[in-house]
Ligand binder design. Sequence first.
Ligand SMILES: Cc1cc2nc3c(=O)[nH]c(=O)nc-3n(C[C@H](O)[C@H](O)[C@H](O)COP(=O)(O)OP(=O)(O)OC[C@H]3O[C@@H](n4cnc5c(N)ncnc54)[C@H](O)[C@@H]3O)c2cc1C
Length: 303
Amino acid sequence: MPLSSDQLGEIEAQRAQSHPTRRVVAAGMEEHLYTAHQVLDHGFVRVIDYMGDDAAICQAARVSYGKGTKSVQNDEGLIRYLMRHWHSTPFEMCEIKLHVKLPVFVARQWIRHRTANVNEYSARYSILDREFYIPAPEHVSAQSEINNQGRGDTLQGEEAARVLEILKADSARCYDNYEAMMGQDGQQGLARELARMNLPANIYTQWYWKVDLHNLFHFLRLRADPHAQYEIRVYADAMCKIVADWVPAAYKAFEDYRLGAVNLSAQMVDSLRRMLAGETVTQENSGMTGREWREFEAIIKES
Ligand SMILES: Cc1cc2nc3c(=O)[nH]c(=O)nc-3n(C[C@H](O)[C@H](O)[C@H](O)COP(=O)(O)OP(=O)(O)OC[C@H]3O[C@@H](n4cnc5c(N)ncnc54)[C@H](O)[C@@H]3O)c2cc1C
């Protein structure tokens, strides 16, 4: 479990409190507030705060004086229209603040999303916990032969055991040396900001991450995608569930028009039209490169 009993106690105490408010609350999100959803072996994602709900998107789109909502059907229709036509600013009116615990190599991918506000745990100020991501055996995989940026078959037997042993031993040795460098037997000890430099990228870090709904959808579109690395995808998947409870209409529109949708190039649209008209279209007469054609086939063929 990624949380100690003290930390769980703090979370429970916070969850036990409630305050009357004139602000909008989303019932589905109130249930998530502060709860840590476990991800990977020591990680989690938990909602610290949020602003807005589905109605707030409509309110902003209509620039209303009051609640700005009409019938539920009307609001859903508006949200779907906004999503379909990339009218994105009303979605920026909703915000979410998360507390995330994640391995450093996942954090390096995550931090590339520049449109969020971040504050990370300071390893200059504090000592990092002895917590390392060690993949479950089914996620210890070989290099993919078809995708340079991916993994292939799961390693088996002795090979898998050897890899896991190396990962565990290196993590333990580096952490032992981290502690040893910071002071032993009355020695002065190396500064924390320097001692951390020998720690491996599978050590866990933590941050608070605040983002608006439009940019969160952009993050989820890229990181909940099958092409994203498994270790960041599981965080995106956990966040998708939270967002579905927070803004159900917006999330459904996101699923339909982003997550489950595809982009077609001009050549792809042309080829599709010609196919529908009964023409035999091949890569050679499509105007697409071999790679584009394979991507096109993957879109139009049933899996
Ligand atoms: C499957 C996958 C593989 C990847 N592989 C690599 C890799 O090999 N190497 C690598 O370095 N990265 C890689 N990335 C990271 C990727 O290139 C992006 O940096 C990352 O996904 C963040 O996307 P973003 O810039 O759109 O998001 P954000 O930073 O959140 O930005 C959102 C949008 O805001 C706008 N924006 C934000 N900042 C600026 C700016 N300064 N100037 C102009 N417009 C801006 C852009 O329109 C941008 O799309 C990969 C990402 C994925 C999903």
